[in-house]
Design a protein around this ligand. Structure first.
Ligand code: ATP
Length: 591
């Protein structure tokens, strides 16, 4: 067994001991009983047969048969009870490890979620804990077989030792052949597992697209049917070939294994039959030795197979550990965030390039957002406006410089507490296929129900909600419920704005919040802006420069840097200014 096997076994059983130590107790009892059971069926028949061929005492025979049946029944029954208890716990652990996996996926550095290597590893982790290994149940079954086989082997060896070393040699040769075959089969499975994730991800990507109605329009309008079908077929073919290779290989080695077992059986019967014919052993001993030789062979073969299986399974399950232990690069602060209703935000000489890229997306940004100030961020596409917000939200750490909130580098703050300072609506916000109420509350039940009503009114979705028979309890999208709604882009944006306001954080960031709104709704949002964000600090990214008018300051991003900064009145007067030019360009269509 290699180091990875030990590490994986240690990792999982440490968790078991920590969470449900009784699991180990049941496992040990089951192992002990499994080891004892074969001896009942090896020893009793010998005495029964010898009694039948010898004195034929009915009373002795009856006692032997009853004892054998009761022992078999009792041991088997106890094994079933312990296994049933462990089976229940296995399910508990299946959920436990899955929950840890899901939590890790949600808590890991955001940049990992954009890294194909991590995404492949995540797939490997999930597959590795699934049918490839059978999870903890698979691991425990391996253990049970290994330890029980080992104990049985020791006993059987004592029985056979008195008979003949030739029996050992025949069984050992057969086991050696069998083990070689198992190692070949395991190699095939490992190769399949390693090649699987890329093909799997491509295959499921196409499936997920087809399962989401929002892709339906583009698929039809752009005639994407052929392209997607082709790509789906390609990845399906890839998967088919992968598994066909595996099954063909396993079948070939399986046939060879059957031939070896058959040769061994013939060898043992011929040899022990010869000893019985020349009366070197009794018929009872013949039966016992045949059963012992078979138990020895199957025990040893089983032990070796399960050891190889353990190595293979822990290899698969080790992928889960690799995923769980992915190093987070972002600084983890531990400073408590003080109660702050009016934070002051400072970008100090901040530069940034995205992970695995070398080009700076933001360069030397110096900017202060005063408490309660409303800042409008404008600029051409790709200038770095959203990136500026992502840095404030700690989706990435800055490459150079620092961001301070109330004089403290945001990296020093405890992450979850820091997140409570921010209510953000990104351009690519996502609503969940849950009720409107759940989408607004996001598990936060502190606010009064009436507050939701007010919010719906402010963000302009009240009319829509009131028109629905189930009101706020209507499901968004139709994934789960025919009566779910498919909100328009603008309606979705209004719900997203309401969700951000519901969070009631001291800093509100809206990235293109009105892009999908009609002019009336947009006007309403502008009009309600002060009521929506109140005296909170707010950052407002928009290409519609009319929105800048109700902001205190405007930051103009160009060529990845802060090109202009000031009030609307100041910037609009700069003759060569970018802002003045953009404002004029938009304004001319309205005169
Ligand atoms: N995850 C990422 N990895 C690498 N580069 C990225 C990533 N996200 C954005 N970029 C690049 O960073 C640059 C700035 O993008 P950003 O989204 O900040 O621009 P923006 O000013 O908000 O643009 P828009 O007005 O179009 O929304 C772009 O060139 C973009 O391609």
């Amino acid at each position: 067994m290699n180091k990875k096997t030990w590490k994986t076994v240690g990792y999982f059983y440490r968790e078991v001991c920590k969470e449900k130590p009784v699991y180990i107790v049941f496992l040990l009892f089951a192992i002990l009983l499994m080891a004892i059971l074969p001896f009942v069926n090896i020893l009793f028949p010998r005495y029964i047969i010898d009694e039948l061929l010898g004195q034929r005492r009915v009373e002795v025979l009856a006692r032997l048969v009853v004892a054998m049946v009761i022992l078999n029944w009792a041991i088997q029954g106890l094994i079933t009870i312990f296994e049933r208890e462990n089976y229940k716990l296995d399910h508990w652990f299946e959920q436990y490890f899955d929950k840890k996996f899901v939590l890790r996926s949600m808590e890991m550095d955001f940049e990992h979620t954009e890294n194909p290597e991590v995404l492949n590893q995540s797939n490997k982790a999930r597959d590795g804990m699934g049918w490839y290994s059978g999870g903890l149940l698979g691991l425990s079954n391996c253990f049970k077989e290994i330890v029980a086989s080992f104990i049985t082997l020791l006993g059987v060896m004592v029985i056979i030792a008195g008979a003949s070393p030739l029996l050992f040699i025949i069984a050992l040769l057969s086991v050696a052949g069998g083990s070689y075959i198992v190692s070949k089969m395991n190699g095939l499975e490992i190769a399949t597992f390693n090649k699987g994730p890329q093909i799997n991800r491509a295959f499921w990507y196409i499936h997920d697209i087809l399962g989401e109605s929002r892709y339906g329009k583009d698929i039809r309008l752009y005639g994407a049917k052929r392209m997607l079908t082709r790509k789906g077929e390609e990845s399906f073919r890839g998967l088919y070939h992968l598994f066909k290779e595996l099954e063909d290989g396993k079948r070939k080695w399986g046939c060879l294994s059957a031939v070896i077992a058959m040769c061994e059986g013939i060898g043992i019967y011929l040899y022990l039959g010869y000893l019985a014919v020349i009366e070197k052993i009794t018929i009872g001993q013949f039966t016992m030795l045949i059963t012992s030789a078979i138990a020895f062979r199957t025990g040893l073969q089983n032990m070796i197979t399960q050891l190889q299986e353990l190595e293979k399974k822990t290899g698969f399950m080790g992928e889960y550990i690799t995923f769980m232990e992915y190093k987070d690069a972002m600084v983890k602060g531990h400073r408590k965030v003080p109660d702050m209703s009016h934070p002051r935000i400072e970008f100090k000489n901040v530069s940034f390039c995205y992970p695995r890229t070398e080009q700076y997306v933001l360069k030397n940004i110096d900017l202060t957002i005063e408490p309660g100030e409303h800042l409008s961020v404008v600029g051409l596409n790709g200038a770095g406006k959203t990136t500026f917000i992502k840095l404030l939200c700690r989706m990435y750490d800055v490459t150079e410089g620092e961001i301070l909130v109330n004089g403290v580098n945001i990296q020093e703050y405890e992450y979850d507490q820091y997140m409570k300072l921010l209510s953000v609506v990104f351009q690519d916000f996502k609503l969940f296929s849950m009720s409107i109420r759940d989408n607004l509350r996001m598990g936060n039940w502190e606010k009064e129900a009436e507050y939701l009503e007010v919010l719906c009114e402010l963000s302009g979705i009240k009319e829509k909600v009131d028109s629905l028979p189930n009101g706020l309890d209507t499901l968004i999208f139709k994934y789960f419920d025919e009566e779910g709604i498919e909100p328009s882009g603008g309606e979705q944006q209004k719900i997203a704005i309401a969700r951000a306001i519901y969070k009631d954080a001291p800093v509100v960031v809206l990235d293109e919040p009105t892009a999908a709104l009609d002019p009336v709704a947009e006007y309403e949002i502008y009009k309600q802006f002060d009521r929506l964000v109140g005296g909170k600090t707010a950052v407002y990214i928009s290409h519609r420069l009319s929105s800048c008018k109700f902001c205190d300051k405007i930051a103009v991003f160009a060529e990845h840097t802060l090109a202009e900064y000031g009030t609307h009145d100041e910037l609009v007067k700069q003759p060569e200014g970018i802002y003045a030019e953009m404002f004029q360009a938009q304004a001319q269509y309205y005169v």
